[in-house]
Ligand binder design. Structure first.
Ligand code: HDE
Length: 711
């Protein structure tokens, strides 16, 4: 289906709100045609403007009020429309209709985001990514407001404002933007042992994804599924990208932030425009209620995962993003998610982090979108019609007929009626609760290190090295030595080698962790509830390492072809065709934007110049064949840029393909004279060089050779 013509119930609904200015005359907001949009109304050509100029006033007034507050967290986002298709019925566990009927397609809108940075910050910050999905189901909107990491920093919602204040730019000087590498964040973390598992994720390469399309999504909390018989199961939600989970290197991330701070936004947009629709498997981990206490952690603790080795993820559906928004503000900015947007068959658990979220999201929309009528904004409307007695408020759209706006009523015949359960009426799952009203943390939440260990131990060697380097980078930006010491003290509970490696680079010794006495009751103080070092029941989980991800496709990868006049068009075309047939993209990079004249006289249009882009924006590079082309690329005017491309790609462990007669470039680059066997360096004379190159691109990176490549 052509992406602009995608059809589904939600898109049909949006279409009725969509306008186009094609072939239309300019009007005011009252529909009056405007004759002159260049000059304001004045008293004489050189005189003062007149207050009566309602056209000027309307235009300026609207402009003055164009901005709305950005989200307090997750301000920077990228959205897309798509469809969720159910492949396996979950009827046994839930009565949610969109999860029962195999083959059923549900329209979705998704918004990916970074958390800490402002709306205009870089995509490549080291950060958690939001993965919020709105399912427009026939029973109303269901929002799965997820992240790309399966755990969270804190166990209780009451700590959320503290966490966010700590990570945001420091309040005196508003520095640093979109970065956790600063005093206040690490001060908070050093005093919050419960954050250590999440810190492992945040310091891993998961925090610098190659693409939104290559990250997982996790519902984080345990939720509940309720079936028709009223039986409840715990459920954890997962999205697994069909392209695998891949990340960039930190050095690369920092450079991308300069060359193309919209890297992820652009990547998502361009892939969808090209018809290369991002896809995820949707899966669930289901746990019977009676097994609630059979784990070595508390299912309600959002700093814990349920290892996939213990409860496998059952794949039940596919999420496909197939249409870009028509208008960023109207859709991506105004979309309002809320974990409390439920449909019958899905319910909350008592996770205290989730419980707090249930309040926060509607509350924040009121100040962000300005009125309790934000559900009427087109992107937020459910596809089934809303009927209730809520009335009025700023910017009300619905014209509710009749005298009646209360219930019970006789004048309106009792409408709208409450729905019985069998008619789809929502009922909260009945749960026996008995307890003492108490402001405290459950003892079952006091285990802060075991799963941090599980995560760290499950990483491959390059992943461990990246994680160490990330910690060293972040903590080296912390100016207060006591904070660094405390974090190292925390790391020692996870892995002594990790703690020592980090400590050494910070010029510290690993000391016993001492948390300052904060004069608060021990049962309310995370430090007072300092967990003993504890081993996880599951020692190792393959699912936690990106090393084990999908590496058999080059679909949607971007390959830079570096070329100049005289290039061998034959080689270029053969490789380009092979790459494109596997749904990857080729971009030509030349010394200038002038048409490149190939050896046979044919002309090639370059997309980039050697200096308006950089190797960090590509997954792999090909130095095109042809002696004349190579000579021009080695001309002093171009040589530095070309070698920079090759050397950076090399440093970042990417595949590099040297075409025929490109020896001059090979020799001048850092790739030369390396004695190792490097499967990602392809030289034209090897057998099946094109295929070897494609295979190397699919591997994403040769992280295991990073040390060698950087030496
Ligand atoms: Fe959020 N979070 N959050 N969060 N969250 C918001 O809602 C909040 C948490 C997540 O693209 C806000 O509309 C509290 C976990 C995503 O529009 C706000 C707590 C997870 C998005 C809010 C959490 C998330 C938000 C800001 C701790 C992963 C972006 C703007 C109790 C499961 C949604 C807004 C979008 C956004 C509150 C913790 C995911 C302030 C109080 C855990 C993906 O309401």
């Amino acid at each position: 289906m052509e992406n602009n013509e995608s059809q589904n119930e939600k898109l049909d609904q949006l279409r009725s709100f969509t306008t186009s200015n094609q072939n239309e005359k300019l009007t005011t907001n009252q529909g009056l045609k405007i004759n002159n949009n260049q000059d304001s109304l004045k008293a004489g050509e050189r005189g003062p403007s007149l207050l009566e100029d309602f056209i000027l006033r309307e235009k300026i007034t609207h402009f003055d009020h164009e901005r709305i507050p950005e989200r307090i967290v997750h301000a920077r986002g990228s959205g897309a429309h798509g469809v969720f298709k159910l492949n396996k019925s979950l009827e046994k566990y839930t009565k949610a209709k969109f999860l029962c009927e195999v083959g059923k397609e549900t329209p979705v809108f998704i918004r990916f985001s970074t958390v800490a940075g402002s709306k205009g910050s870089t995509d490549l910050a080291r950060d958690v990514r939001g993965f919020a999905v709105k399912f427009y189901t026939e029973e109303g909107n269901y929002d799965l407001v997820a992240n790309n990491m399966p755990v969270f920093f804190i166990q209780d919602a009451i700590k959320f404002p503290d966490l966010v204040h700590a990570v945001k730019p420091e309040p005196d000087n508003e520095i640093p933007q979109a970065a956790s590498a600063h005093d206040t964040f690490w001060d908070f973390i050093s005093l919050m042992p419960e954050s250590m598992h999440m810190i492992m994720w945040l310091m891993s390469d998961r925090a610098i994804p190659r693409s939104f399309r290559m990250m997982e999504g996790f519902g984080v909390h345990s939720f509940k599924f309720i079936n028709d018989a009223g039986v409840s199961h715990f459920v954890k939600f997962h999205f697994k990208p069909k392209l695998g989970v891949h990340s960039v290197a930190w050095d690369e991330a920092q450079k991308i932030s300069g060359v193309d701070p919209d890297f992820h936004k652009r990547d998502l947009w361009e892939s969808i425009e090209a018809g290369n629709f991002p896809e995820w498997d949707f899966g669930v981990q289901i746990i019977p209620e009676e097994d609630e206490h059979n784990f070595d952690f508390d299912l309600l603790d959002p700093t814990k995962i349920v290892p996939e080795e213990v409860v496998p993820v059952q794949i039940v559906g596919t999420l496909t993003l197939n249409k870009n928004p028509d208008n960023f503000f109207a859709e991506t900015e105004q979309v309002a998610f809320h974990p409390g947007h439920l449909v019958p068959g899905i319910d909350f658990s008592n996770d205290p982090l989730l419980q707090g979220r249930l309040f926060s999201y509607t509350d924040t929309q009121l100040s962000r979108l300005g009125s309790p009528n934000f559900h009427e904004i087109p992107i937020n409307r459910s596809i089934n019609t809303v009927h209730n007695n809520q009335r009025d408020g700023h910017m009300r759209q619905q014209i509710a007929k009749g005298k009646v706006s209360y219930e019970p009523n006789s004048i309106g015949g009792g409408c709208p009626f409450q729905a019985m359960m069998k008619e789809g009426g929502f009922t909260s799952h009945q749960e026996r609760i008995s307890g003492t009203k108490i402001r405290a943390r459950s003892e079952s939440f006091v285990d802060h290190y075991s799963q941090a260990k599980l995560f760290y131990n499950s990483q491959s060697i390059p992943e461990k090295q990246h994680l160490q380097k990330a910690l060293i980078f972040e903590l080296s930006k912390v100016t207060i030595p006591a904070i660094r010491e405390r974090v190292v003290g925390q790391l020692a509970f996870i892995n002594m080698d990790l703690a020592k490696t980090v400590a050494q680079k910070l010029g510290l010794e690993v000391k016993k962790l001492e948390l300052p006495n904060q004069s608060i009751p021990a049962n309310a103080d995370p430090a007072g509830l300092q967990s003993e070092e504890r081993e996880p029941a599951t020692k190792f989980s393959n699912a936690l390492s990106m090393e084990n991800t999908i590496k058999d496709t080059i679909s949607s990868r971007v390959i830079g072809f570096i070329l100049a006049d005289g290039v061998d068009i034959g080689d270029v075309n053969v490789l380009k065709t092979k790459i494109e047939s596997q749904k990857a993209r080729v971009d030509f990079i030349a010394p200038s934007l002038a048409l490149v004249k190939a050896g046979d006289g044919s002309l090639i249009t370059p997309k980039h110049t050697l200096t308006n882009t950089a190797s960090v924006c590509f997954d792999a590079i090909y130095i095109c064949s042809g002696e004349n082309s190579v000579n021009e690329l080695l001309d002093p005017e171009n040589k530095y840029a070309v070698l920079n491309f090759v050397n950076e790609a090399y440093k970042h462990c990417k595949a590099i393909y040297f075409g025929a007669e490109t020896d001059g470039i090979y020799k001048a680059s850092n790739v030369n004279n390396k004695k190792h066997e490097d499967p990602a360096i392809i030289i034209s004379y090897v057998e099946n060089a094109d295929e070897e190159f494609i295979k190397a691109v699919a591997q994403h990176r040769v992280w295991e050779l990073e040390k060698e490549r950087n030496s």
